[in-house]
Ligand binder design. Sequence first.
Ligand code: THU
Length: 136
Amino acid sequence: MPTPVQLQKLKAAAKTAAGRAYAPYSMFRVGAAILTSTGRIYSGCNVENASHGLTNCAERTAIFNAVAAGEKRLRLKCVVVYTPTKTATAPCGACRQVIYEFGPKARVVSCCAGREQIDMSIAALLPGAFGPLDLA
Ligand code: THU
């Protein structure tokens, strides 16, 4: 569980990341920030492509950013998603699977420009998940 201060930092980082989104096709800007078990924060935004299926969501950009930065045993404590919209956006199915890979006990908080906030565990967002242990 992030502390209130960590949660505030995550929300701020996710909001900043949303401002960096490359979303010329959907115009839907998303930012994400993750808190690792080592207390570090990484962020990412959605990156779209003219070949739409190649789009990478903000959540996965943030997680891949952490791996690329050298996080060896990445364990996600919390994932925060920010959209500059009236309602909050829950992670898509593909992102839920990637969040589960590195944080089967992670908390996922979606916030927005309005008051709405979604606050759920990844286990609740992806029940009966397939994960690394299934390959053991
Ligand atoms: N998107 C995200 O970045 N994260 C989500 O959880 C939902 C969708 C992006 C993908 C695409 O660039 C845009 O939002 C519209 O689907």
